[in-house]
Design a binder for this molecule. Structure first.
Ligand SMILES: Nc1ncnc2c1ncn2[C@@H]1O[C@H](COP(=O)(O)OP(=O)(O)O)[C@@H](O)[C@H]1O
Ligand SMILES: [Mg+2]
Length: 332
């Protein structure tokens, strides 16, 4: 492995902080077990200082949600010349914004559920804006994860409270057609779809509770789909990853409707990475251990960043050289 000191960035400022801590600790343990020099970097407002002090050679981004998965931390790492895992600034920002991501899916002819978006002004006339969109529908904050702020609405009476809840997390909200069927999540690594998992919550939908409570959801690897449909799902997921310009590992959330149509919901650019998370589950079934997965993600780091740390060193050396060339003091 080409990197010496690895900084695992975890914690962060988003509503998914707890999940990020679990992801980061799992990654840190796996890398250390495999003999790497890896340190944790707990992310808060002073992360720029921590990054400069620790002098890491590569950042393993284990941050979920806003500021960690949306291009912000990626931009800071670019500025500091530190290579990092996963997608670049633009792909991260596009994937995090469910509205922009869906515009791109449509542009690339990828099926995604019908939708509209709301800003606070629209609250004046919610019935007028919703019009004949119908029910059931799904209401989501436009830039969240872990199902935070997501509600499935069966009637107009449920719509206003759901929209209000979503606005508590963001100033733009997505209202999407509900797709009845199987939920499937696909793991993509580099330019390959590794496989998929079918997600079957015992009750309700795959909300925060069902995501993180042991035994609340059944998982099937591979999904209970016909071979043709399974191949189709993998191909669509890879296309979604490419449409947003993603790199490294992503997890593409999809619905396969009862009538047999596939829909892309979203692409996660920093998927959960505990040994029991979905991406590692799928990788494991494809013969890739958790440690190997973390190493594979690291080996892609820097491929997307414009300036690797190596380049920064060159710049720094030239400054040192210039200092040495200071004019000699005048002779007396
Ligand atoms: N259009 C939809 N039809 C049916 N279920 C949906 C739809 N959109 C979201 N869901 C459910 O809500 C969950 C969270 O939605 P998702 O778009 O993946 O956002 P998040 O970023 O919070 O994971 C999904 O895993 C799925 O269970
Ligand atoms: Mg999701």
């Amino acid at each position: 492995m080409k990197f010496r000191k690895i900084g695992v960035l975890l914690g962060g400022l988003s509503s998914e902080r707890e999940v990020s801590l679990r992801t980061g600790e799992a990654v840190l343990n796996a890398l250390r077990e495999r003999g790497h020099d890896a340190i944790p970097i707990y992310v808060d407002h002073d992360v720029d200082v921590a990054l400069r002090q620790e002098q890491i050679d590569v950042a393993f981004i284990a941050l979920h949600g806003r500021w960690g998965e949306d291009g912000c931390i990626q931009g800071l790492l670019e500025l500091q010349g530190i290579p990092y895992t996963g997608s670049d600034v633009m792909a991260s920002a596009l994937a995090m914004h469910k509205g922009k991501a869906k515009e791109l899916f449509r542009l690339h002819n990828l099926p995604t559920p019908a939708y509209y978006t709301l800003t606070l002004d629209d609250l004046q006339d919610l019935p007028g804006v919703h019009g004949d969109f119908g029910f059931p529908c799904v209401v989501k904050p436009i830039r969240e994860g872990s199902s935070v702020g997501v509600t499935i609405c069966g009637s107009f009476e449920e719509l206003a409270p759901a929209v209000e809840k979503a606005f508590a997390f963001d100033d733009e909200v997505l209202v999407e057609r509900f797709i009845a069927g199987k939920e499937v999540s696909v793991a993509v690594l580099g330019d390959r779809a590794l496989g998929a998992v079918e997600i079957a919550p015992r009750e309700g939908f795959y909300d925060y509770q069902n995501k993180y409570t042991r035994g609340a959801t059944d998982y099937f690897v591979p999904p209970r789909l016909s071979p043709e449909r399974y191949r189709g799902v993998l191909a669509q997921a890879l296309r979604a990853h490419v449409a947003l310009g993603c790199s490294g590992a992503t997890r593409v959330d999809m619905m396969v409707s009862d009538s047999g149509n596939e829909y892309v919901l979203e692409v996660n650019t920093v998927p959960g990475l505990t040994p029991t998370s979905l991406l590692p589950k799928i990788a494991d079934a494809a013969g890739i251990s958790f440690g190997e997965l973390c190493e594979a993600m690291l080996s892609g780091a820097g491929l997307t960043s414009r300036r690797g740390r190596g380049e920064r060193r060159v710049v720094q050396r030239s400054f040192v050289g210039e200092d040495r060339r200071e004019p000699a003091p005048p002779a007396h």
